[in-house]
Structures are given as C-alpha cells and as structure tokens.
Design a protein around this ligand. Structure first.
Ligand code: ZN
Length: 265
C-alpha cells in the first residue's frame, strides 16, 4: 500500500487506520490526526520513500567512550548495540525494509553525525535504542519511548510511530511506564522534564539531541532498566533483544500499514 508523508503533518492513511484499530483494541485514548491532515504536504529536507522498501535508521545509543548508563553486570552501550543488531537482523528478513545503522558497533560518533547518516540514507524513520537506569531505586522498571516533541517537524508522525511501538511492547508483555509508555522529554538545564504524551503543549526546551537533529519521524526508546533485575533478565540479553526486535518490527509494519511476514521467511 502506498503511504504518503508530509514533513509537518501527514501520516499514512494505513498507519492512522492501524492506530485506530489499536486504539479500539487497547481502549487507549489516542491523539489521531485529523483526516484532512493525512495527505497535506510541506517542505522536506529529502523526499521520504513513499513505497517499500522503507529505510529504517537504527541508532544504537551512545558509543565509543560514551558507554551510557551501567549496572554492575552491563553497560548500556553494549545492550543498545545488541538490540540494534537483533532489529537489523529482523528487518533484513523482510525485503520491504532496508535497515541502516547510524554508527557501527564500537564506533563513537556525534549525535549530529548519526542523524546526518540517517538523512543520507533517506531514512523514513529513525529509531534510537537506549536503556534506562535508576540507581536510586532498583524497583524502577518498564518500557517508555519518546517521540519528537510537539511543534517540531515530523512530530505528529513520530507520535504515531511511538504509539505503535508502545502498543506492541505492551503486547509483548513489557510494562509500559506512565499512561501508555509514550512520553515527551525535555531538558531544562541539566534537569530532565518528562511529561505524558497527552501534554501536547509546544515547548522551546530541547529534547534528546537525536530527536532534535533527526530529519525524519524519530522515536527514542528506553527498552528497559539496567538497574532492575527483571528488566535486565527479560530485555537485555540475546533472547530479550530478539523479543524486543519482533515488537519493533510489528510496530513498523503497523506504522506503514503492512502485514507482518513470518520471521523465518
Ligand atoms: Zn542512553
């Protein structure tokens, strides 16, 4: 099915229908775009591929000397690369997707450069995979994801994609943090402000660098807490990352309005 995208407002009809179906299934309150907005057009830094194969930019958080958060057992960067490897392999099995990496494993690369690599590949979406940590509370656990916040280019598409991802993660048995696992993040100095996605106020505060730099719809996910033993066991190892990859894959199929293909094909 052909999907049409605009820089500021559009989402594919199929995607909106998918979200509507999911909304009905989950009973969640979703901010659906108005029908009239679905095919509006606007300036674009590059034309997004409007039919398969869709280019999916996979951004493993951190890299090089920046190892991110850590637990006594695991550094975040290692888990991020494992998660990206699993999703890359899953997407590569479906010729309707072209996965690309924003950096190689082990490589240190600035955020702007990673976003530029995604743009060079004409990425339809950018997915940045991270893991949380809460050293002050070992009980903190669950999944959350952060779309490009309101008022930016591609924010509406990013929100739709984030809702697809959170719904599939919830379906895979992950606990969703906040109302439904989708939140907006901002920095006020060094303080982080997290609000649920129902708070669509446009803020000038900056969000995560990769979201601010992305030139396509973008979502940053926190796949689980390294500081929580159950999250670590369920979502950071080879099997956990494979399970998460399947959820991301299904969410991308939802977003693009495509039927999933079996993993073995
Ligand atoms: Zn991180």
């Amino acid at each position: 099915m052909r999907a049409v995208f605009s820089r500021r407002r559009g989402v594919g009809t199929a995607c909106a229908l998918g979200i509507l179906a999911m909304c009905l299934l989950t009973g969640g309150a979703q901010a659906l775009p108005a029908v009239g907005d679905l095919f509006s057009s606007g300036p674009m830094p590059y034309p997004l591929p409007a039919s398969p194969p869709y280019v999916i930019a996979l951004d493993a958080g951190h890299g090089g000397s920046d190892t991110g958060a850590h637990s006594s057992q695991l550094e975040e960067v290692e888990a991020c690369e494992r998660a990206v490897d699993a999703l890359y392999a899953r997407l590569a099995k479906d010729d309707r997707f072209t996965p690309v990496r924003t950096r190689e494993n082990g490589e240190g690369c600035r955020i702007k450069e990673r976003a530029a690599r995604a743009a060079e590949a004409k990425a339809n979406v950018l997915l940045s995979i991270h893991f949380n940590s809460d050293p002050s509370c070992a009980q903190s656990h669950g999944f959350e994801c952060f779309p490009t916040p309101p008022g930016r280019d591609w924010s509406e598409n990013s929100l739709v994609l984030a809702r697809c991802i959170a719904a599939r993660m919830g379906g895979a048995g992950h606990r969703l943090r906040g109302a439904d696992g989708v939140r907006f993040a901002y920095y006020s100095g060094k303080r982080k402000l997290i609000v649920d996605a129902t708070d669509t106020r446009e803020r000038t505060l900056q969000s995560f660098g990769i979201l601010e730099s992305a030139m396509s719809p973008a979502v940053l996910v926190e796949q689980g807490f390294l500081s929580n033993s159950s999250d670590r066991a369920a979502w950071t190892g080879q099997e956990g990352c494979k399970k998460a990859a399947e959820a991301y894959y299904l969410a991308l199929c939802d977003y693009f309005g495509m039927e999933p293909q079996p993993a073995q094909s």
